[in-house]
Design a protein around this ligand. Structure first.
Ligand code: MRU
Length: 345
């Protein structure tokens, strides 16, 4: 890949801080911030300074590595008891993306294998947090390779929200094959949904694709069906926050409507995600906890009130696309077609 990869979250070598790209400020400003406290990382996750399922998993593991630095002088058992309590808070920062809970549980399991002292616990968590990041990078690349094989040349891909470099350690999930196609010199262009209400598509997806030289057209969320009715679209590629065992998939609100439009127009609809986004403990979509966010995200546009004061608002951050509308799920392990039946990892 020719353009410099984005690094939305990076744990410092001494595991005392984490550097993030503050995605709330894009595209107006590219601002990086250094976070030193667990609560600062939790706040960054909740306010979407760091966002996207794999990236918040990486951030959650980094938060645990920072937390572990406070327990280097105690025994391993005491360190672990305290870190488990902190882990509960970190994992609860956002409820829908399973990657966050998965990453926190994973580093705690790694920590539980250390019996010597708190310093060794901290070192083990830092190493595992780094490994989670490295593995995510490799998974992005594998997803890109598998999904690229599904695209014609040239290809038009429609996407929703941001499942690109800003949402992962590497080149994204949904955008990984787009970058792979671009790097291979193939014809590739993207139609990006604006993504109400926080505009991840307009602000982030359009920003990172444009920066990489990939042609991108932004449409508002309501335009997807009309776009498909009037233009050729080869595939819809979206990311996922949680995939239930039966293939039902939670992703950014608006994904379900896009899947319905794709089905109506005969456009293949693909979900691209690392294997760790599949939650074998969640049998189907109705069991996925959907995050609901503040009304002000809907009542105000860029600080200006656009909904009359006192009017009710419904603001789920995610919806569930039924497995029946998904042509295939593409993970780092390959292309999984319906019927989806996912066993334990
Ligand atoms: O609320 P966000 O911006 O964190 O939502 C992000 C999404 O819905 C992404 O599509 C998903 O996390 C996959 S990112 C590779």
């Amino acid at each position: 890949v020719t353009h410099a990869a984005l690094v939305p979250v990076m744990l410092a070598a001494d595991a005392r801080s984490v550097r993030i790209i503050d995605q709330r400020r894009l595209p107006a400003e590219f601002v990086e911030r250094e976070l030193h406290m667990v609560d600062d990382v939790i706040d960054a996750i909740q306010t979407l300074a760091v966002r996207g399922a794999p990236a918040i998993g990486i951030a959650g593991a980094a938060a645990m590595a920072i937390a572990a630095q406070d327990y280097t002088m105690v025994d391993a058992r005491t360190a672990l008891v305290n870190l488990r309590l902190i882990g509960t808070r970190v994992a609860a920062a956002r409820p829908t993306a399973v990657n966050l809970r998965w990453a926190v549980d994973r580093v705690l399991m790694t920590a539980a294998r250390v019996t010597s002292d708190g310093a060794a616990v901290a070192a083990a968590i830092a190493a595992d947090a780094q490994a989670i990041r490295d593995e995510d990078l490799a998974m992005s690349a594998a997803i890109g390779t598998h999904a690229l094989a599904l695209l014609p040349d040239p290809a038009v891909v429609m996407t929703h929200c941001n499942a690109g470099g800003l949402a992962t350690a590497g080149l994204g999930t949904a955008l990984a094959p787009v970058y792979a196609a671009h790097a291979a010199g193939r014809g590739i262009s993207v139609v990006a949904d604006e993504t109400r209400p926080l505009l991840q598509g307009a602000r982030l997806t359009a920003w990172e694709l444009h920066r990489a030289g990939v042609p991108v057209t932004v449409i508002t969320d309501a335009m997807g069906a009309a776009y498909m009715a009037t233009h050729a679209v080869d595939a819809v590629f979206v990311g996922a926050d949680r995939i239930a065992a039966n293939g039902d998939t939670a992703n950014k609100i608006g994904t379900y409507a896009l899947a319905l439009a794709a089905r109506a127009h005969g456009v293949p609809f693909y979900v691209l995600a690392p294997w760790s986004t599949i939650d074998a403990d969640t049998p189907s979509g109705e069991h996925i906890v959907i995050e609901h966010r503040g009304a002000d995200e809907v009542t105000h546009v860029a600080g200006t009130r656009t909904v009359p004061d006192g009017v009710a608002v419904w603001n789920p951050a995610f919806d569930v696309t039924p497995a029946a509308l998904i042509t295939a799920i593409i993970t780092d392990r390959g292309v999984h077609r319906s019927p989806f039946a996912v066993g334990p990892a």
